[in-house]
Write a protein that binds this ligand. Structure first.
Ligand code: PHE
Length: 344
């Protein structure tokens, strides 16, 4: 029996010595020391030994067991260290590597201009209002003093969806919606940025879809001078402190009197250049005193209240401000174009 044990020890140690894989090591541990392992198998025969032999063999068996256990635990330790080392190697971080820059988006030039204009008017106490792009004939035209068959409807070729629904041709319907929502309360002081649609052929200065910003103020004693002062302040903040405005008579069905507003050319200071076509002035918006019929339809008594309104094209302002000569650049998503506005 003793020889058996010695042979087992020699065999086990030789095999364990060669192990290079933790899984194999574990298999061998089970093979020799497990419940059904070879050492247990040999010890099971101890029952047949004499009382003198038993402690001797028992001692030998214990020595064999501890020899095997020792080599297993040494091996386990080595494997553990190798694993840790491997993980450290694999997870090594080179802190001296230069950082990888992530692509970063920018604000589209049109949104930038809208935000800038919003900021200026919010600074003057205005609120930002919104309205639907699919509008009823009533809000887009009728309530703005443009009854059916009114010739001025031709000024704005429309996309009709049904007899009564169209893509709004202007942001002015938000004037009426705001007045109705305010329920006769004053003051009303809003701007409304948004998309508008017209049946135009696209070219360098026209697009079937573009953006406007509407403004509306209603209160007691609102006068033309308030409109003029407001717009004068606006252009100074938007185009520079040395710019100013001039008003030219015009016509809109929903304002009376109506004006076309020009800003003095911020490029040449009014002397005349290519941008202002030598005139010294740039046309930027339409405006006027809210027509009494419009006030009435919005729920305000024109005997008690008055107001002004204005509307400007965002693309036109962006084109003037950044020297862009084709409106189509705004919509074609040419990265070379939009990237130029990233840091402005
Ligand atoms: N809605 C007009 C247009 O699209 C602009 C405008 C708005 C004029 C408000 C006067 C007052 O041309």
């Amino acid at each position: 029996m003793k020889e058996k044990l010695e042979a087992l020890k020699v065999e086990a140690l030789a095999k364990l010595q060669e192990v290079t894989d933790p899984q194999v090591l574990n298999d061998l541990r089970v093979k020799y020391l497990g419940k059904k392992g070879e050492l247990t198998e040999v010890l099971r025969g101890m029952g047949g030994l004499s009382a003198e032999e038993r402690p001797v063999i028992g001692q030998v068996a214990n020595l064999v067991r501890s020899a095997i256990e020792e080599i297993i635990s040494t091996k386990q330790e080595v494997f553990q260290q190798q694993e840790t080392l491997g993980r450290l190697q694999a997870e090594k971080v080179d802190v001296t590597l230069p950082g990888r820059s992530l692509p970063q988006g920018g604000i589209h030039p049109l949104n930038r201009v809208v935000q800038e204009i919003e900021d200026i008017f919010i600074g003057m106490g205005y609120k930002v209002a919104e309205g639907p792009e699919v509008e009823t004939d009533y809000y887009n035209f009728e309530a703005l003093n443009l009854p059916k068959d009114h010739p001025a409807r031709d000024m704005q070729d429309s996309f009709y969806l049904t007899d009564d629904l169209l893509m709004r041709t202007q942001t002015s319907p938000v004037q009426v919606r705001t007045m109705q929502a305010m329920n006769g309360e004053v003051p009303v002081k809003i701007i409304c940025p948004g998309k508008v649609y017209r049946r135009d052929d696209d070219d360098a200065t026209h697009s079937f879809q573009f953006h406007q910003i509407e403004g509306l103020v209603i209160g007691s004693n609102i006068r033309m001078s308030d409109l003029k002062g407001t717009l004068n302040q606006f252009v100074k903040e938007m185009f520079g402190p040395s710019t100013g405005i001039r008003l030219r008579p015009s016509f809109f069905p929903f304002t009376e009197p109506s004006v076309e507003v020009d800003v003095s050319c911020f490029k040449c200071g009014g002397d005349g250049c290519r941008l202002c076509k030598q005139s010294g002035w740039l046309e930027i918006l339409g405006a006027g005193m809210v027509h009494p019929n419009v006030l009435r339809m919005g729920g305000y008594d024109p005997e008690k209240y008055s107001g002004f309104a204005f509307g400007m094209g965002v693309e036109r302002i962006a084109m003037l401000k950044y020297g862009i000569d084709d409106i189509r650049y705004f919509y074609t998503n040419d990265m070379g174009f939009v990237k130029q506005f990233k840091g402005i």
